[in-house]
Design a protein around this ligand. Sequence first.
Ligand SMILES: Nc1ncnc2c1ncn2[C@@H]1O[C@H](COP(=O)(O)OP(=O)(O)OP(=O)(O)O)[C@@H](O)[C@H]1O
Ligand SMILES: [Mg+2]
Length: 307
Amino acid sequence: MDLIRTQSLTKHYDGVVGLSDLTVTIPTGTIALVGPNGAGKSTFIRLLLGLLDPTAGGAQVLGEDIALRGVALRERVGYMPEHDCLIPAMTGIGFVAYMARLSGLPKSQAFGRAHDVLQFVGLREERYRRIAEYSVGMRQRVKLAQAIVHDPPLALLDEPTAGLDPTGRAEMLGLLKALSGTKERSLVLSTHLLPDVEGLCDFLVVLNGGRLLAAAPTREILSVDSGELVIRVKGDLSRFVAALEHRGVVTHPARHEVRIERPSGGERVLFEAAAEAECQIRYLGPATRSIEELFLQMVPASSGGVA
Ligand SMILES: Nc1ncnc2c1ncn2[C@@H]1O[C@H](COP(=O)(O)OP(=O)(O)OP(=O)(O)O)[C@@H](O)[C@H]1O
Ligand SMILES: [Mg+2]
């Protein structure tokens, strides 16, 4: 079963286009919704949750039609909103247990699960403090905790890394990576920070100005049919590059790897160069473009690009 299917899904806000004629099929897995500010990411997520009514078109989430706004669907989907959804006067544990109840967990399980998820997000020590006293990073963690407290097969996370410092961001990405490890759980996360996506998400949906630019497996979107190769070695990279150039290979060295144009005489020459430079080839594969490069190609400069 597909995770999400949409048919010409459209949302206009009093003449402003939020999402335009979006038809897409998204498989289960860890999905990134990427696009610059105003791309329509939050609109899309809120439509999927039934929090907004579409102007036209429709969608199914986990096989269920969003127009039905079923309680069953709410119990199977977690949501981490972009903006604060927290109740400052409550303690972390009280709030997460309350959200667990709203998501359909019986009282007997709600507190136990709330303790478990707060431990998971690293708020064990702070769980009895009032949310009003939490830092931005702690608030993001509580928001994540309440989204997954009922162990939903799908969690929709709107900008989970927003507002975090580099350490907090790395920690949040670590949590998401841990959550994405199981086949039973799919994550859809929106971000305009493209490096967040690499290494975490296996499928990308790229939006801009409310329109779909691309939807495909990350590897497919990022691979380029340039005929170039990327090589990483153990040893002295600059010596390896020199040995390659000595053999007429065109090189584009970077900090930890070298991109080369595929040598006409085959790959043997690469291993000869490695042997001469006393290096070991650790990785050899087709060159991919970074998500940043992809964006610069896809999103016209006039739209402001990606922050
Ligand atoms: N409640 C609203 N009323 C009017 N226009 C809205 C509303 N919500 C969103 N929009 C407009 O719809 C478009 C898409 O907005 P949306 O918030 O979905 O984008 P986004 O990709 O989530 O952006 P960001 O990265 O800034 O969160 C924007 O032009 C925005 O101004
Ligand atoms: Mg948004």
